[in-house]
Design a protein around this ligand. Structure first.
Ligand SMILES: [Fe+2]
Length: 393
């Protein structure tokens, strides 16, 4: 998961500067809650937010780092009547003003970075009794409800939406909420209908084990959504979700060596459909567990159905197989699985870099439409909506 997910872009703050200590090449601010923030002069000058130097709230830099003297020093430092830190720089006399909220939000003390970490809410089968569900018409009508639903996807990795009209075009309307549909060799939308002419396992009525989708692609599809138009009338076909982050944390707690292997060894995945119908030869490799810069679980990539022959070297072959067996046992375990039945008019949206999906075998036929949108666009829309509704309020 990403740290500093929602950076405060406003000038509102419960923090104000009580004391400034000047040191060689840096300053230490003491805040009203006794927290200390150390800021280097070079960092402060580099982050000048005046119109000449750039627009930091929008992410635009105009000045160049190499144009700043690496030994730049502050000439005068003060706090103005609005509580902003004012620095007049030695040399060219340039003046920079920093809003206290902005400074506090960007404090880079280890403790502050740690507090800004976004910890996902991991779950197991116990969530089955309390799966949160959302109503499509309320999401469409009320941006605040939409924001809550999107935050649930960020925190839990999925959301289930009721009342999506049972029409073929609806999946595209739904996808519009989250981003842009990622077009692949399936087209914009894939119709999942069990058929005797199946080309992939998903088109059969067999059970499918928990997996992340399409790991043979680069990048891997981010958000994966399914809209049910017709459920099997003959029973079976339950949907299953598994929290890959919970499994990864469990492996980390159980066996650090296996955990390291899963983090470090890229596993090859492939899909070849080269014939009179398709021209598909996809190949990519991904570590089973991906960590972020702070060591938190950032992604899991598990799908034994698309694994290519392992080519991890003679010394790693057996340990990697052992590690894969361990994590597969965890994500296939009944106590990891949240089971529900996707009914006509329901849709499920999941983070394909975290949540694994599966289904039980079924009789009869069913029709599910599915598509993907990229993860960056989803997070962008979530942050933008948060800025509109929360930060700016
Ligand atoms: Fe799938």
């Amino acid at each position: 998961m990403q740290d500093s997910f929602f950076t405060n872009p406003t000038n509102r703050s419960d923090s104000w500067i009580q004391k400034i200590d000047r040191q060689q090449g840096k300053i230490v601010l003491t805040w009203n809650d006794s927290h200390h923030s150390l800021f280097h002069h070079i960092w402060l000058r580099d982050n000048c937010t005046c119109t000449q130097c750039g627009d930091r709230s929008g992410g635009h830099r105009y000045q160049e780092l190499r144009s700043i003297d690496p030994d730049i020093a502050a000439d005068e430092i003060s706090v103005d009547s609005a509580g902003s830190l004012q620095i007049k720089w030695a040399g060219d006399g340039h003046i920079t003003s920093y809003a206290p909220a902005w400074l506090r939000a960007h404090c880079y003390a280890a403790e502050s970075i740690g507090k800004r970490r976004q910890q996902p809410m991991t779950w197991d089968s116990n969530l089955s009794d309390e799966i949160p569900e959302w109503e499509y018409d309320r999401i469409e009508a009320d941006p605040a409800i939409c924001l809550q639903m999107m935050q649930q996807i960020k925190d839990y990795g999925f959301a289930i939406i009721n009342g999506v009209p049972i029409e073929e075009c609806q999946i595209e309307r739904l996808a519009d909420i989250f981003g842009y549909i990622r077009q692949t060799h399936y087209g914009r939308v894939f119709d999942l209908i069990s058929t005797p002419q199946q080309r992939i396992l998903a088109q059969t009525s067999h059970a499918i084990r928990p997996h992340n989708d399409e790991l043979f692609r680069d990048p891997i599809p981010g958000l994966f959504m399914m809209h049910c138009l017709r459920a099997s009338e003959c029973g079976g076909g339950a949907s299953i979700l598994v929290d890959g982050f919970r499994a990864a944390e469990n492996i980390r707690a159980q066996d650090s060596e296996l955990f390291e292997l899963l983090c470090q060894v890229p596993i090859p995945h492939q899909r070849f459909l080269v014939d009179e119908v398709d021209d598909v030869a996809l190949s990519a490799r991904w570590s089973t567990i991906e960590l972020d810069r702070l060591g938190d679980i950032a992604a899991v990539h598990i799908n034994e159905r698309t694994m290519a022959p392992l080519d991890v070297g003679e010394s790693l072959t057996e340990p990697v197989y052992r590690a894969l067996r361990e994590i597969l046992a965890l994500v296939y375990a009944p106590e990891a699985c949240v089971e529900y039945r996707l009914e006509p008019g329901q849709a499920v949206i999941m983070d394909n870099h975290r949540v694994l999906h599966a289904r039980t075998a079924f009789n009869g036929s069913r029709h599910i439409r599915q598509c993907h949108v990229d993860r960056d666009e989803f997070f962008s829309r979530l942050r933008a909506l948060h800025r509109r509704l929360v930060s700016a309020s």
